[in-house]
Design a protein around this ligand. Structure first.
Ligand code: ATP
Ligand code: MG
Length: 137
């Protein structure tokens, strides 16, 4: 069993498709082990995406992530990290495979509906960033 971190980003929360996105996870063998709706501060978003701080899109990425509330969850299941990435689809929704979350709910590479941890190592770091042990059930 693996755990991974998912963020339903401000664009998808604003479109009121949180339930539809969670259904993709639950219908494909992932279980919600923890979940909360939060408004990230600028410092939160900068810290969370610190790996991208030298990239030209970093400022826009941070502004987008704080533009409205997000829904953060811990997803649990077999191969949860890879499974979540597969369900999400490619970073750019124009390149995302049909039937993926980004193909169905995202409009652009910055407003791309969801985040998912890209490795088991990063999943552990990202889960600890948002949740205490007693919030993960
Ligand atoms: P995430 O980390 O959000 O799950 P990802 O792993 O598919 O997405 P990353 O390369 O980690 O993609 O980029 C992080 C985020 O930065 C992307 O989700 C996207 O919103 C934004 N981003 C990435 N590349 C670009 C780009 N070329 N222009 C604008 N925004 C970008
Ligand atoms: Mg990433």
């Amino acid at each position: 069993m693996e755990q991974t971190l998912s963020i339903i980003k401000p664009d998808a929360v604003a479109k009121n498709v949180v339930g539809k996105i969670l259904d993709r996870f639950e219908s494909n063998g992932l279980r919600v082990a923890a979940m909360k709706k939060i408004q990230l501060s600028k410092a939160d978003a900068e810290a969370f995406y610190a790996v991208h701080k030298e990239r030209p899109f970093f400022g826009e990425l941070v502004e987008f992530m704080i533009s409205g509330p997000v829904v953060v969850s811990v997803l649990e299941g077999e191969n949860a990290v890879a499974k979540n990435r597969e369900l999400m689809g490619a970073t750019d929704p124009k390149e995302a495979a049909p039937g993926t979350i980004r193909a169905d709910f995202a409009q652009s590479i910055d407003a791309n509906a969801v985040h998912g941890s890209d490795s088991l190592e990063n999943a552990k770091i990202e889960i600890a960033f948002f949740f205490s042990r007693r919030e993960i059930l």
